[in-house]
Design a protein around this ligand. Structure first.
Ligand SMILES: [Zn+2]
Length: 412
């Protein structure tokens, strides 16, 4: 068997195409497969405009597609593609060869392989492994993600979680919307204000979803997101998930400690003591904590308040939780009478609990585990690492959809 025939078989070219020549450029470590079309190609080709019969018109310049390596050598398909002309309407077009991928300049198999690598490693590493520039690889990824995202179906979406993610520490946030039933990212928008809701709903409805099909929305206590839900989704019940509520009580405790340490320098070293839960402390730390709890410190009180608050989440029924949380808020106010302004942050948190009580209690009603939203933070960190060097929003969004959107992408 000639090498040309062998490669034609390996590529599965069929009758429409043939390998005219294969060349090995030893110095460049590159194999080139020069492919030509046969007359058979016109048998199935039809005019894309009117469906009419074509005749051969001319050929393009020599085009190149990167294909999977042959042994350890870079392999490229080279072909002057035939252009057809419609016998009916005179329209001319380029015949699409069977090996051509979506992104231009790559074969289908190469694109699928590159996507597999991109799932596993940062873009810079993929670029190194494949010997392709990251500009070309990003174009490949954008093309596939955009096309798969356009096909994504959101018609069954009813429980949505929304959360902000920091692109860089303390700066620049994006909002991520997720389908909590199918555990996938649906949409990401720049910013974290109420304006992201209409953007999300537009995307939802462009993918066959409906705003009034949303029955539960899980989110933090931020007024911006709340405003978005209230204004646009009349059937959605807001759930302030446990993860976000806890994320507010811990900083409140810490702020009390920081305030009190101005007067009580012995608190300076205790930061980590009060941040952790008692079961996570070392023996030494537990002993330290035991000494501190004997003292009359607002920080200790705030710490006990935090533990009691978390404890309420062990309760089974919504009515018991409601009683407990209300009693807890009263207890904080009593504490304020005794300790004064130093407990201010805790009081603020209690006020926020009272204000958002319905949404907080919805946790007991629906038991939507927010594991997906919580896990999303680590997914997002990975996404940031993988797209290092390309911090524009579009790159991050593409990588986020790629990693967590459960899109239908080509696989090897
Ligand atoms: Zn035509």
């Amino acid at each position: 068997m000639s090498p040309e025939k062998l490669f034609a078989d390996l590529l599965g070219l069929g009758l429409n195409w043939r390998v005219a020549e294969c060349v090995f450029h030893k110095d460049a470590s590159r194999v080139e497969l020069h492919i030509e079309h046969t007359d058979e190609v016109w048998k199935l080709e039809r005019c894309p405009r009117c469906g009419g019969l074509p005749q051969g018109y001319d050929r393009t310049e020599a085009l190149r597609w990167r294909h999977l390596n042959v042994m350890q050598h870079r392999c490229e398909i080279v072909c002057r593609l035939p252009r057809g002309r419609c016998k009916g309407c005179g329209h001319t077009w380029r015949v699409r060869p069977p090996w051509e991928g979506k992104a231009g300049g790559f074969s289908k198999e190469f694109e699928a392989f590159a996507l597999v690598l991109m799932r596993e490693m940062p873009m810079a590493k993929v670029s190194e492994a494949l010997g392709e520039t990251d500009t070309r690889l990003w174009r490949l990824l954008h093309t596939h993600v955009d096309s798969a995202y356009a096909e994504a179906d959101f018609s069954q979406v009813c429980c949505v979680g929304v959360d902000e993610m920091a692109v860089r520490k303390g700066h620049h946030y994006i909002s991520v919307f997720a389908d909590l039933v199918r555990s996938r990212v649906l949409f990401a928008a720049e910013d974290r204000d109420a304006g992201v809701w209409p953007q999300f709903l537009e995307a939802l409805e462009a993918h066959n979803g409906h705003r009034h099909a949303l029955t539960q929305v899980s989110q933090d206590l931020s007024p911006a997101y709340l405003k978005g839900v209230r204004e646009h989704c009349r059937n959605a019940e807001v759930i302030h998930d446990k993860y976000h509520v806890f994320a507010n009580v811990t900083p409140a405790t810490e702020k009390v400690r920081r305030r009190e340490q101005r007067e009580r320098p012995e608190l300076k070293e205790s930061r980590w003591l009060f941040r952790k839960n008692p079961e996570n402390l070392s023996e030494e730390q537990q002993a330290e904590l035991a000494v501190l709890t004997q003292t009359n410190l607002a920080t200790v009180k705030a710490y006990q308040m935090r533990l009691a608050f978390q404890d309420a989440y062990r309760l089974e029924s919504v009515s018991a939780a409601k009683r407990r949380l209300r009693a807890w808020c009263r207890w904080v106010r009593l504490g304020e009478r005794k300790f004064g302004a130093v407990l201010g942050e805790m009081v603020k948190f209690a006020e926020s609990v009272e204000k958002h009580l319905a949404g907080i209690l919805a946790h007991w009603k629906h038991r939507i585990t927010n594991a997906f939203m919580e896990g999303l933070n680590s997914v997002f960190s990975a996404v940031k690492r993988r797209s290092r060097g390309f911090r524009s929003f579009v790159y991050l969004r593409t990588m986020l959809y790629f990693v967590a959107g459960k899109l239908r992408l080509p696989a090897l």
